[in-house]
Design a protein around this ligand. Structure first.
Ligand SMILES: C[S@@+](CC[C@H](N)C(=O)[O-])C[C@H]1O[C@@H](n2cnc3c(N)ncnc32)[C@H](O)[C@@H]1O
Length: 298
């Protein structure tokens, strides 16, 4: 549950905000879709640029984030709708809402500072909470389920595939030895037994990233979205995608290339846009971000 004090306290600094707004080039009577609305950082800027005839539609899998976002966006007069859905359901949701084509779509992938800093959700290796890691709390499988029920080979593959972790086999074996694993510290112990102290923190980050990606099927949902988003965009409408690791960026780059080949979109960023030194100094989380943009042309 979220109380109002928590709502006021939680924050998340939107990444590449100026750049995303430049490319979205908001038309004041347009319809814009924020597929990962989070705490509404980007969405607030979009909403401010819309007129009363414009509309913003925000998706998120995290119902707690949506409550905070709703409160933030309600301070504006303009029209918005928030939906507890994954962005890959874009076509179904727009149909349900009776909305036709939209003028722009934004995805700002990954997790928010609100989720990372939570004392209960297990995203953060420095907070000894239960290993949950679900964006959507109505989903059944948590990180604990993955850690306690996958076979050693499957666990090793998961860490290798989604975390690029070279010590994945030995970590998986140590996880098996100390199962059941319920808390962050227990997973850290399996990693401690498998790694020399030097660079251990990097392994920790990679293992946490891999688990989070697997629990939320992040790449599957992105791939699914990339096959269909364009049919919901007006001609001239923009798609802006901000990613935080190479697995996501590669999917976006290849999907854009293939759609450009079929002449459906034109890629507007031959190289991805990255944050300035000033942004990185002000917000460390932005350092790995990459933004790619395309325009529907057919
Ligand atoms: C980096 S945050 C977005 C922050 C937001 N742009 C802001 O400025 O406040 C990413 C958000 O995407 C959500 N998310 C991740 N995968 C999703 C999916 N498949 N569909 C909808 N939301 C998703 C997460 O729950 C999280 O709130």
């Amino acid at each position: 549950m979220i109380d109002s004090k928590q709502v006021d306290k939680e924050s998340h600094t939107p990444v590449l905000l100026k750049e995303a707004m430049f490319y979205l080039n908001i038309q004041k009577n347009g319809i814009y879709l924020d597929g990962t609305v989070g705490l509404g950082g980007h969405s607030l800027s979009i909403l401010k640029d819309l007129s009363k005839n414009g509309r913003l539609i925000g998706f998120d899998r995290d119902s707690d984030a949506l409550k905070i976002c709703n409160r933030k966006l309600s301070q504006q007069k303009n029209d918005f709708t928030l939906t507890h859905n994954s962005y890959h359901k874009i076509t179904e949701v727009l149909k349900e809402l009776g909305v036709g084509l939209v003028d722009g779509i934004l995805l700002d992938l990954g997790l928010s500072s609100f989720q990372l800093n939570s004392a209960e959700r297990g995203f953060n290796s420095t907070i000894n909470s239960n290993l949950d890691m679900r964006f959507d709390k109505s989903q059944k499988r948590t990180a604990k389920d993955f850690l306690n029920h996958l076979g050693v080979v499957e666990l090793a593959n998961l860490m290798y595939k989604y975390g690029d972790e070279r010590r994945s086999k030995i970590i998986a074996k140590n996880i098996e030895k100390i199962r059941p694993i319920n808390k962050v510290h227990e997973l850290l112990e399996a990693i401690r037994r498998s790694t020399p102290p030097k660079n251990r923190q990097k392994t920790v980050s990679r293992v946490f990233q891999a688990l989070r990606i697997a629990v939320n099927d992040e790449l599957g949902k992105l791939e699914n979205f990339l096959t269909s988003f364009h049919s919901n965009l007006k001609i001239g409408g923009k798609i802006v995608i901000i990613s935080f690791h190479s697995l996501e960026d590669r999917l976006v780059k290849h999907a854009f290339k293939s759609l450009e080949k079929s002449k459906v979109i034109k890629v507007l960023t031959k190289k991805p846009i990255t944050p300035s030194e000033t942004e990185i100094d002000a917000n460390r989380r932005s350092r790995s971000s990459k933004m790619r943009v395309a325009e529907r042309v057919l």
